[in-house]
Design a protein around this ligand. Sequence first.
Ligand code: GSH
Length: 219
Amino acid sequence: MTTPTLGYWDIRGLAQHIRLLLEYLDVKYEDKRYPYGPGPTYDTKSWLAEKFELGLAFPNIPYFVDDKVKLTESRGILKYIARTRGPQLVPSDAVTLAVADEIEGVGADLQRTLIDVTYGRTTYEAVKETVELKLKYVNNFLYGRQYVAGNQLTYVDFFLYEILFQYGRFGETVKNDVLKPHQNINNYVRTFESLPKLKGFIQSTSKNVVYSPHATILY
Ligand SMILES: N[C@@H](CCC(=O)N[C@@H](CS)C(=O)NCC(=O)O)C(=O)O
């Protein structure tokens, strides 16, 4: 097997959950980071120079290339890696898989909203009610669960954790701790961060920038 490559901007953004999974599974990979050009324009030439040369069917980043596929789509990549390199992280029964899909959808909504606020396409005030309600649902869902699937860690935890982490960093930046009222969410984040295989990596990357320098709110 050749060393796979994960390509993305030099930010957490839509790729950090994949990096967390690769780290957890001890997969050796090339963490290819495309830098933004210098301010004030922060050009994207480093990526555009390669975008159409990589043989991707849907040229975008993050991408993941191994000796079998050239894939884009951040959540699809996560599941592909789990299925091929960490089957113990993939639920085997239909109900647990469906719940993982459900959380993936809820997480994707929360992620999209956070991105829209971060890049100034809307304000937190405008989405506050929706976000707080969704976080409350997530908090209720996590009651009595160590992970999304109960006691079993699954691939979707890597995605949910990263989104909650990003909300935490957003909260620090705008001085509004949106996660504070949610005890189960806070316990969940702590449990994930205590995983022995991830503890060091999470600590050493905790200050890494979440979104691009084009964002309106920088964190
Ligand atoms: N649906 C895609 C969205 C990917 C995406 O929006 N990528 C952004 C960065 S977060 C980008 O800059 N893409 C580069 C491009 O469009 O050329 C996914 O989840 O992977």
